[in-house]
Design a protein around this ligand. Structure first.
Ligand SMILES: [Zn+2]
Ligand SMILES: [Zn+2]
Length: 353
C-alpha cells in the first residue's frame, strides 16, 4: 500500500505528524491550518522533484568543500517558500548575526561529526553529501522536514511551537532520515515506516546525549521538547522512555504512542501509524540503553540499520538487531550480555509476536 506522495525510498518526513496539526487546526490554531495546507502543496510539487533526487545526488554537492567532504550550506528563506536562494552561512564562514542560522549550522555539524567520528559514516550517503539547511521557511510554519536531499525549518508560531532549528534532537532525527534513505530505504508506511521513524528518534536522542555528555539515566529521552513554545513548555512530541506521555493538551490532543504490541495502532492515520507505533521499538531501545549504555546500544542499532531492507517489519527488525549484537559481541565491541538484554527488552514490549 502506498500513499500520500512519498516514493518508496524517499519521503518527506515531517517532525510534527499531521494528526497533531489536524487536532490543532480543529482548535482554531491558524498557524497549524496554514502549515497543513502548505504541506499538502509541497507533497504535490514533490512528485516532480523525486526524479531529480534519484541518482543525481551530485545536485546537492553545491560546491565549496573538497570532493567527498560534506559542507554545510544554510539558506535563509526570509519567510518565503523558495529554497536555496539566499545563502546565509556556508562551511567555514564566521558566525552569522542570525541565531537561527547559527543553530542550524552548529547542530547539523554536531550530527555530521557524530556520524563520522562515532559511526565512521561520511555524511548521510557515506560519500560526503553536503548538508543543505533552509531556515525561516514560510510564515509561522509549524514544522521541519527532510526532503530527500535537504532540510527545511519553519519558525513556528512562537506560541505553541518555537523555532524548529533550535533543537539538536529534531535536526538529528531529520538527518537520520537521510541515512535511512541511503541505506535500507525503509518504506514510509506501516511497520517499516514506524521503524524508519524509530531509527530517526534513536539517533536524535543518542546524538543529543553524546553532545551533552549525558548517561541514559540522566537524559530526558524526549523528542522535540526544545521546540515547544511558551504555551506548551514541559511537553514534547514523543517520549522514548514513556511512549504515550509526551503530550496531553487541548491543542495537540493526547500522545497516541503505544509502548507494547498489545496496543499496536491499527488505524489508517499517519501512514498507518508511522509516528505512533514507533513507540514500541523506541521503548525497547530505551530499556537496552539503561542496561548497556546508550553509546553501545547505538552501535548495535547502527549496525542493524545497515542490514535492514525496505519492507522490514518489527519481527524481522528484532532478528537483525540480535544478529548485530552477536556480531559486535564477538568482535569485543559490546558485552556478550547485550544479546540477552536485547531479547528481554523486546520481550517487554511484546516482540517478537
Ligand atoms: Zn510512502
Ligand atoms: Zn521523522
Amino acid at each position: 500500500m502506498h500513499k500520500k506522495g512519498c516514493s518508496k525510498s524517499v519521503c518527506q518526513c515531517f517532525i510534527v505528524p499531521n494528526y497533531i496539526l489536524e487536532n490543532m487546526a480543529l482548535n482554531d490554531v491558524e498557524a497549524a491550518r496554514v502549515s497543513l495546507a502548505k504541506s499538502r502543496q509541497m507533497r504535490r510539487r514533490r512528485i516532480f522533484k523525486e526524479y531529480d533526487i534519484k541518482g543525481v545526488t551530485a545536485l546537492t554537492d553545491a560546491g565549496s568543500g573538497r570532493h567527498g567532504e560534506s559542507a554545510r550550506h544554510v539558506y535563509d528563506c526570509k519567510g518565503g517558500t523558495k529554497l536555496r536562494v539566499n545563502e546565509a552561512r556556508k562551511e567555514g564562514d564566521r558566525s552569522s548575526g542570525d541565531h537561527v542560522v547559527n543553530q542550524a549550522y552548529d547542530y547539523s555539524g554536531v550530527v555530521r561529526d557524530y556520524f563520522k567520528e562515532v559511526l565512521h559514516r561520511n555524511s548521510m550517503d557515506n560519500e560526503g553529501l553536503d548538508l543543505i539547511l533552509n531556515v525561516h521557511y514560510g510564515n509561522k510554519f509549524t514544522n521541519a522536514y527532510w526532503d530527500g536531499d535537504e532540510m527545511v525549518f519553519g519558525d513556528g508560531d512562537g506560541i505553541i511551537f518555537s523555532n524548529f532549528a533550535d533543537s539538536l534532537d529534531v535536526i538529528g532525527h531529520e538527518l537520520t532520515h537521510g541515512v535511512t534513505q541511503f541505506t535500507s530505504g525503509l518504506e514510509y508506511e506501516g511497520q517499516s515506516g514506524a521503524l524508519n521513524e524509530h531509527l530517526s528518534d534513536v539517533f536524535g536522542v543518542t546524538i543529543k546525549q553524546y553532545h551533552l555528555k549525558q548517561t541514559a539515566a540522566d537524559a530526558d529521552w524526549l523528542i522535540g521538547a526544545d521546540i515547544m513554545g511558551p504555551t506548551l513548555k514541559g511537553q514534547a512530541l514523543r517520549s522514548m522512555k514513556a511512549p504515550g506521555t509526551a503530550f496531553d493538551n487541548k491543542l495537540m490532543g493526547k500522545d497516541l504512542q503505544p509502548d507494547h504490541m498489545r496496543n499496536f495502532y491499527k488505524g489508517e492515520r499517519d501512514n498507518h501509524g508511522v509516528h505512533i507505533n514507533s513507540g514500541i521499538p523506541n521503548k525497547a531501545f530505551y530499556l537496552v540503553s539503561m542496561e548497556i549504555g546508550t553509546d553501545k546500544a547505538a552501535l548495535i542499532w547502527f549496525d542493524a540499520m545497515q542490514n535492514l531492507f525496505a519492507t522490514a517489519n518489527f519481527n524481522q527488525f528484532v532478528q537483525v538487531v540480535i544478529k548485530a549484537a552477536q556480531k559486535l559481541a564477538d568482535g569485543g565491541t559490546v558485552p556478550h550480555t547485550a544479546i540477552k538484554t536485547i531479547e528481554d527488552a523486546f520481550k517487554a514490549v511484546g516482540l517478537p509476536e
